[in-house]
Design a protein around this ligand. Structure first.
Ligand SMILES: [Zn+2]
Ligand SMILES: [Zn+2]
Length: 275
């Protein structure tokens, strides 16, 4: 907290810089924008896609190492203006536990979002043509994999629980009957809660075709009903223009679903913010 500065946005706990393959702006540009916007606790969470770690297109080793060197001076530079934290969006950890553990041991991440962007043997949900592959077949694999991740348990919050719907329902306009997944989703949420982990409200959906947060109100309520407490909120911005977007709506949704606080992480410890 800094009494001299008026913070307008309490958090942005999910966003990407050019240290991610799909990010547009440098870490410095993102931090400067966070400062302009009056974001109080800003957590950088660049991609670390475990199953794509050695890909020729974007070998992760070097950018990940670079980020670890760039962050500490940036955190120092913005002290008192933006409280910057060093996080990561860890994709597909269960595809290679050994590599995942090596990476988590090598870097001092303060906050780890666990995400599944693709199930074993398939490309990213965002690349698939759902007229050619049965979305329900993939959704079953997806939720099974989320449960495996939750049971493994070495991250802080589960990223965008309903990620595939961004493409299946949003981009392709395919209506999925989600009641068939209520059981496994409840199981995933209960496992996270048992392991002292949380979920996020990812506000990217509000500026995309799907038009709702990931996950939407139904699942935020379900999480609360099951005893969920830890909730983070992030824009999933991949450029300065999207930073902080939808955070106010995300907070309003959290309140509406019965939460009176949200969290950000400081060295793997959840810190509550009253809302
Ligand atoms: Zn991305
Ligand atoms: Zn993601």
């Amino acid at each position: 907290m800094n009494a001299e500065k008026d913070f307008l946005i309490p958090v942005d706990s999910h966003n990407h810089s050019a240290q991610s393959p799909d990010g547009k702006n440098t870490l410095g540009e993102m931090a400067e924008r966070a400062c302009e916007l009056g974001i109080e606790h800003y957590t950088v969470t660049d991609h670390l896609e475990i199953n794509k770690f050695y890909d020729e297109e974007f070998p992760y080793e070097e950018p990940v190492r670079q980020s670890s060197l760039l962050l500490p001076p940036l955190i120092e530079e913005y002290k008192g203006r933006v409280d910057i934290h060093y996080g990561v969006e860890l994709g597909q950890p269960v595809h290679d536990y050994e590599l995942t553990e090596r990476m988590l041991d090598s870097y001092d991440y303060e906050f780890i979002i666990g995400s599944c962007h693709m199930v074993k043997g398939w490309e990213d949900f965002y690349c698939l043509d759902y007229r050619e592959v049965d979305p329900n077949y993939l959704l079953r694999l997806y939720f099974d994999e989320l449960l495996e991740m939750a049971e493994w348990g070495k991250f802080d919050v589960l990223g965008h629980l309903t990620y595939p719907l961004r493409y299946i329902a949003g981009d392709f306009g395919i209506n999925i009957s989600m009641t068939q997944y209520e059981g496994i989703i409840s199981e995933i949420l209960k496992t996270l809660i048992k392991n002292n982990m949380g979920i996020e409200i990812n506000t990217s959906g509000l500026r995309q075709k799907i038009g709702v947060t990931l996950p939407d109100e139904h699942y935020v309520r379900l999480y609360r009903r099951l005893g969920g407490e830890i909730l983070t909120i992030g824009s999933d911005a991949h450029c300065t223009a999207d930073l902080g977007k939808g955070i106010a709506e995300g907070i309003a949704l959290a309140k509406k679903c019965g939460f009176d606080r949200i969290y950000y992480y400081d060295h793997r410890k959840p810190i509550a913010i009253k809302i």
